[in-house]
Design a protein around this ligand. Structure first.
Ligand code: FES
Ligand code: FE2
Length: 353
């Protein structure tokens, strides 16, 4: 692990944004995976993603206009359809012939699922590979068309590795997430014993009952509340909590802006219809909580610039080790052209938190 920069994994689908961020006929631009990406939604509602660089002279296409079908560059008016193919060069004289179909700005596979816009960053400019990650994951408990109830985003001034290690780290809460409504500073640490098992492209804290003292969950979701938390490449934390009456899904996405900047989203789905009036409160609490994680990586960076040697200890950092092992195996299997083999073995982890 490099202290400031992370290796960015390719051949995987990343959460680029939330679907409700882009209305039909609109486009946005973002830097993702160190590349400029234009993300749009055509007049029929379909999402697409293009390389946001005009192949003529390199200006970002997003400075131009989008009419719901084609993006027109602001410099000389070349037009590109949503697959990235050039459809018009206004300066072409009737005596000239240019094969427009050979001119492209480049496009990314892009898909909307469960209210999220996913973009595939290929390994070698190729389409999603069979047997690697052919399509974005389906998150548990909710249907293809179920959008999230709530989503927040915060930029993290650190690499994806430190963002991921921070978010999967079970022992910082008592020190970082201290609030009057959550953990009080100086609260006594309790012994935790949790079962873990390999799961698709990652691992899961095996589904278990929420202790009966968590009355809020019982009130919201009904009896027999259970939870499963899983982590998977390229940077997703999925928490599915389910009771007899209702279920809630929390997703944390860690998407690289580039090798040393990351954007982190916290997104929630819920089967209850009545949470709308509580959204401002939930949004505030989520921002406070995620902001605490963000503040700590900004402070951490002050030390990391001196390139210190770092430690991962058992069992508190075992998940951090798995994360690094999964990344290495993804890259190695891709290079060797062999199937990905999950390096995580089922294990009981114990820590105080
Ligand atoms: S730079 Fe885009 S059309 Fe010329
Ligand atoms: Fe945290």
């Amino acid at each position: 692990m490099d202290n400031l920069k992370a290796e960015l994994l390719r051949g995987l689908w990343y959460v680029a944004t939330v679907g409700s961020d882009i209305a039909p006929g609109k486009m946005i631009t973002k830097k993702l995976m160190g590349e400029l990406v234009l993300i749009g939604r055509d007049a029929k509602g379909r999402v697409f993603a293009l390389r946001d660089i005009c192949p003529h002279r390199g200006i970002p296409l997003s400075y131009g206009r989008f009419d719901g079908e084609t993006v027109q560059c602001c410099y000389h008016g070349w037009r590109f359809d949503t697959s990235g193919t050039c459809t018009e060069i206004p300066s072409t004289h009737e005596y000239q012939t240019i094969d427009l179909s050979k001119i492209t700005c480049g496009a990314y596979p892009c898909m909307e699922r469960q209210g999220l816009i996913w973009i595939y960053f290929a390994e070698n400019g190729e389409a999603p590979a069979e047997g690697r990650q052919p399509e974005p994951p389906m998150l548990p408990g909710f249907a293809e068309n179920d959008g999230p109830k709530l989503a927040i985003i915060q930029p993290f001034d650190c690499s994806v590795d430190h963002a991921a290690l921070g978010l999967m780290d079970p022992t910082h809460a008592a020190f970082v997430h201290t609030s009057w409504w959550f953990k009080k500073n100086g609260a006594k640490l309790r012994a935790k014993v949790k079962e873990f098992a390999p799961s698709e492209l990652g691992w899961a804290m095996v589904r278990h009952k929420i202790p009966p003292q968590n009355i809020a969950y019982r009130y919201l979701l009904g009896d027999n509340v259970t939870t499963e938390i899983s982590y998977r490449l390229p940077g997703l934390r999925i928490e599915h909590i389910e009771g007899d009456k209702h279920q809630v899904l929390g997703l944390t996405t860690i998407t690289p802006i580039d090798e040393d900047h990351t954007e982190v989203r916290q997104i929630f789905w819920a089967s209850m219809g009545w949470i709308a009036p509580l959204k401002p409160l939930f949004r505030h609490l989520m921002n406070v909580f995620l902001g605490q994680d963000r503040r700590v990586v900004i402070q951490q960076r002050e030390g990391l610039v001196y390139n210190p040697k770092l430690m991962l200890i058992n069992d508190a950092d075992t998940q951090g080790r798995w994360w690094m092992q999964l990344k290495r195996e993804w890259t190695a299997s891709g290079k060797a052209g062999r199937p990905f083999e999950n390096p995580v073995k089922a294990k009981t982890l114990r820590w105080m938190s």
